[in-house]
Design a protein around this ligand. Sequence first.
Ligand SMILES: Cc1cc2nc3c(=O)[nH]c(=O)nc-3n(C[C@H](O)[C@H](O)[C@H](O)COP(=O)(O)OP(=O)(O)OC[C@H]3O[C@@H](n4cnc5c(N)ncnc54)[C@H](O)[C@@H]3O)c2cc1C
Length: 399
Amino acid sequence: MKRHHQVLVIGGGPAGSAAAHTLARHGVDVGLIDKAVFPRDKLCGGLLTLRSKKVYQRIFEQPWDTIINHVSHGVKFLHQGRLLNEVVDFSELFFTRRLDFDHFLLDQAIGRGAAVYLGDAVVSLDIREKTCHLCSGEALTFDTLIGADGVNSLVAKTLFGQFFDSSRVAFALEMEVDRARHPDRVDDPEIHFGLAHWGYGWVFPKKDSLTVGIGGLHAKNPELKKGFHGFLAARFGSVPEGRIKGHYLPFGDYRKVPGRRNVLLCGDAAGLVDPITGEGIAFAMLSGLYAAEAIIEASARGGADVLPLYQTRYREISRAFDHANRLRTLLFPSASQRLFLQVLPKSRTLPRKHLELMADKLQYGDYSRYLMIQALKAMAKRLVHPLNRHHQRSDSHEP
Ligand SMILES: Cc1cc2nc3c(=O)[nH]c(=O)nc-3n(C[C@H](O)[C@H](O)[C@H](O)COP(=O)(O)OP(=O)(O)OC[C@H]3O[C@@H](n4cnc5c(N)ncnc54)[C@H](O)[C@@H]3O)c2cc1C
């Protein structure tokens, strides 16, 4: 006999666990399937912003301290190895290992009563028959399905014919660099500009390692691996030992309609990675929460359509992404990058604004207005003082 769950979640990452935890907490019969056995790793920088912390605390009950591996209070911005600017006294940036973080979240969902099926991949879906077929031959049926199965989402492919749009997706490469072999002190994360088109490089501190990566729009970076080798060699003296791994990330190309009828998409499966910062964990958890809340509300209303209820909540995320996507078309082209790299070293507020954005203390609308003012000031200065522009400090006139 096929097993049945009121809600079936595919994927036990932050999106799936957030959804399963919320549903189970409200007494909904929920099953979660993941092809991996946990703890399992996921290629990721593991940066958790204050936004992530806020979202986490809305959903999960346990304090997350045990899975926080490193805490920073600042960030360094660099271009071709040269420090452009830094913040040293910001509130908090947290770093985790996804191996620990995702396991911790899934355990909390299980603790709340979610049934889990691990180590068994969903190989096909029959949306009409409301049935998931697993690699083991088992089949599970559902009333509502949540696709939280990451960027290569089988659920998204089943609904829309493709995982993602390959002309708009990003690709990233990462490796763990052993701190014992490279003992230079790194307390704060580094963001490296000029390494990838429509993207950047990063060095994120963990307790025993540095997570080093590079990412950008796939279509604009055909030589990303070569660029990564160059970056590693410049940053560490030679390419460190270790495995370089690659992974797609949606980077702003989100689903305008995140599902169909009784099937909802969350997290990377819905394309919810910030188009400028590359942050995805917070939006994965938030969309998982919203999908679960929509299902709970639909049930309370005697079986109302679930997708419109999800879309109402989802709009909060998609509006911010629309703003960010518009801003990105102004920020990422080469001419604006040059202007940005001129303004950044001279500005006290610009790096801080970027951190405030990631901490959810500043919204994209206000950030865009701030950047416009800075850009106009920089251009005006070049027009008014063409000869002595190198000696000007744009800070002195900042609001
Ligand atoms: C290199 C890189 C660095 C990043 N760094 C950061 C960062 O520092 N901070 C940040 O906030 N975001 C970062 N991101 C983005 C972040 O990793 C994702 O947005 C986040 O993992 C999305 O969570 P999710 O739950 O939607 O999907 P995932 O975490 O990908 O989880 C999907 C789950 O579905 C399972 N699954 C997939 N297919 C099937 C199937 N057919 N059957 C059963 N199970 C299935 C998988 O095993 C997996 O466990 C980074 C991404 C990349 C690629």
